[in-house]
Design a protein around this ligand. Structure first.
Ligand code: SAM
Ligand code: SF4
Length: 358
């Protein structure tokens, strides 16, 4: 028995075991993916739940070193999608039976922003007749704001820890009040306390990141007992601070491999959570999203942001779908899901089973 087969048979995923799985290759690597596929089939089945993604605004008051829409990138043309266009996107999601919506944005902390999200949530309720699940991904906010958004109809929240290693976190963010590691942890606790289905995640293949860091990220997610995860490869953006370390970024193939292994291991460790197949996977490699579904992911987020704005929501270089209108993305995503051997669960919210069971 190889050490990988023993780990998978014993189902004891401690730090050393997770590191071994992340480093697996050849037949051992295949064993890992076979196990993840079995567990996915048993606990999740082959249904994929869709979330119509709206990128609300690229305005952001933060300066994360990896992100193309960071506040100090003067090359970005800033936009905020107006309510009528948002309502069109909500209608698209409802009419096409996607089941859920994600509102993602730069991080803004103001009464005006809090209100605008409340207005959107009220439109989602009205247009979707209360049948649409809603995920927000609008960064760190106060407990009060999270509570207000929950009361207005949001049920899930995704806030990536980006890296659970404090030292690495400060290599990715300025070390100041706006980018405080402890505040990020606190925000995740607030979300849980407010009763959200709570999601987090990390970027994979960052400069300075080690296999040990990634193993710790997985253990962090398990310790936090998350309900959902959105993680994917780091992709360089030329107008960011981190770009100067691009030579320290692992090759594409390694980032894809590590991302798939992270998904597979998390599926094995946290059997019934929702795991997203991210756009960043598709950016790095053609077919990346279906590879992620095969590795254990079960959520896909077709972009429904009006085409006009997509180009300006460039978190990283070469983001796909930038010139596609929502309808094109829908068709290509359906085909991709079929290719992965999965089916689209139309009209279902697709809540985290892990959350529902708790
Ligand atoms: N502003 C909110 C926040 O940071 O939580 C939500 C939107 S933010 C654009 C969503 C995610 O994009 C971040 O959590 C980060 O992991 C990811 N992201 C940003 N720049 C990236 C890059 N260069 N490569 C891969 N992912 C990136
Ligand atoms: Fe702003 Fe989020 Fe980008 Fe950081 S990752 S700069 S908070 S949009």
């Amino acid at each position: 028995m190889t050490s990988v087969s023993k780990i998978l048979a014993d189902e004891k995923y401690d730090r050393e075991a997770v590191i071994t799985l992340l480093k697996s290759s050849g037949a051992d690597r295949e064993l890992l993916f076979t196990k993840a596929a079995e567990i996915k089939q048993e606990y999740i089945g082959n249904k994929v739940h869709l979330r119509g993604l709206i990128e609300l605004t690229n305005r952001c008051y933060k300066n994360c070193y990896y992100c193309g829409i960071r506040a100090s990138n003067k090359k970005v043309k800033r936009f905020t999608v107006g309510l009528p266009e948002i309502e069109q996107a909500i209608k698209f999601t409802y009419d096409n039976n996607y089941g859920s919506i994600v509102i993602q944005s730069g991080e803004l902390q103001s009464e005006e922003f809090t209100n605008s999200i409340e207005n959107i949530l009220s439109s989602i309720k009205k247009i979707g007749k209360g049948t649409l699940g809603v995920t927000l991904s609008c960064g760190e906010q106060s407990m009060e704001t999270y509570r207000r958004w929950k009361e207005a109809g949001a049920t899930r929240y995704l806030l990536r820890i980006e890296s659970s290693d404090k030292d690495l976190y400060y290599k990715l963010h300025p070390n100041n009040k706006k980018h405080n590691f402890e505040d990020r942890l606190k925000a995740l606790k607030y979300l849980r306390n407010c009763g959200y289905q709570t999601g987090t995640g990390v970027m994979i293949g960052l400069p300075f990141q080690t296999i040990e860091n990634l193993a710790d990220d997985l253990l962090f997610m398990r310790n936090l007992d998350i309900d959902m995860c959105g993680m994917g490869p780091y992709i360089e953006h030329a107008d960011t601070e981190l770009y100067k370390y691009r030579k320290k970024v692992p090759p594409k193939e390694t980032r894809v491999d590590l991302s798939l292994k992270m998904i597979a291991i998390l599926r094995i460790m946290m059997k019934d959570i929702n795991i997203a197949s991210t756009t960043a996977m598709q950016t790095l490699i053609n077919g990346g999203r279906e590879m992620a579904l095969k590795a254990g992911a079960n959520i896909v987020m077709p972009n429904t942001t009006p085409g006009l704005y997509r180009e300006q929501y460039a978190l990283y270089n070469n983001k796909p779908g930038i010139n596609e209108e929502a309808e094109d993305s829908k068709q290509s995503i359906e085909k991709m899901i079929e290719r992965a051997g999965c089916i689209v669960a139309y009209g279902e919210m697709g809540n985290s089973r892990h959350f529902t069971k708790r």
